[in-house]
Design a protein around this ligand. Structure first.
Ligand code: SF4
Length: 200
């Protein structure tokens, strides 16, 4: 079994990897959570979480996680932390092999809204710090299509991650509300739509 990476260090002020994801989906969602302390969920978001939970249960019944991985110890809902980057997150699945680890995150949509790469980069940084094994590959598993999508680490992904962390810091310090997303389709299912009077 993997040992817990939670030490006595206070991680309450670390960035949640979900906050990165929210910011890259729509910067305002991060603002509502970080500056106003709102953390809302909708029926749609809850349905997504339920789909991910059901997928975790289904995956646990499978003998293999990835078709490419023939052996390895599988862990689900893995808490990850990077003290260096001040990041915390929960990864859906980690497969530990003698050569390193594979990281898998489940999504209830097969559409990448522009955050897959940065989010997986953040998980990668955490896993490299603890358990400190080489990260062999990262995958997004899309629930509707039951497909694995390889997410390669790129310098672009790292730049997006660094820039996003800077923007989250700025939102926290200045509490200035960012402009709304330009994709109004996102707003129609958004949990914060009644706060965004300039959009509707
Ligand atoms: S309603 Fe639209 S602009 Fe407002 S937070 Fe949601 S997605 Fe962003």
């Amino acid at each position: 079994m993997m040992e817990s990476n939670q030490q006595t260090l206070d991680t309450s002020y670390y960035w949640r990897i979900n906050e990165l994801k929210n910011f890259l989906y729509c910067a305002r969602i991060a603002y509502y959570a970080l500056a106003l302390g709102l953390d809302r969920t909708t029926g749609l978001a809850e349905a997504g979480l339920a789909a991910e939970e059901e997928t975790r249960r289904r995956m646990q019944r499978r003998r293999k996680a990835l078709h490419a991985v023939v052996a390895g110890e599988r862990h689900f809902n893995v808490a990850l932390t990077s003290h260096r980057w001040q990041l915390v997150g929960k990864l859906d699945e980690m497969i530990v092999t003698p050569d390193g680890v594979y990281l898998v995150d489940y999504k209830d949509t097969d559409r990448d809204y522009g955050y897959w790469e940065a989010q997986m980069y953040a998980y990668r940084l955490c896993a490299e710090e603890h358990p400190g094994l080489p990260v062999l590959e990262c995958y997004i598993y899309t629930i509707p299509t039951r497909q694995y999508h390889l997410v390669q680490p790129t310098s672009q992904g790292r730049r997006v991650l660094e820039k996003t962390l800077g923007m989250l810091q700025e939102i926290t310090e200045t509490e200035v509300c960012p402009p709304p997303t330009s994709h109004l389709g996102k707003c129609r299912t958004c949990q914060y739509q009644r706060f965004c009077n300039d959009v509707f």
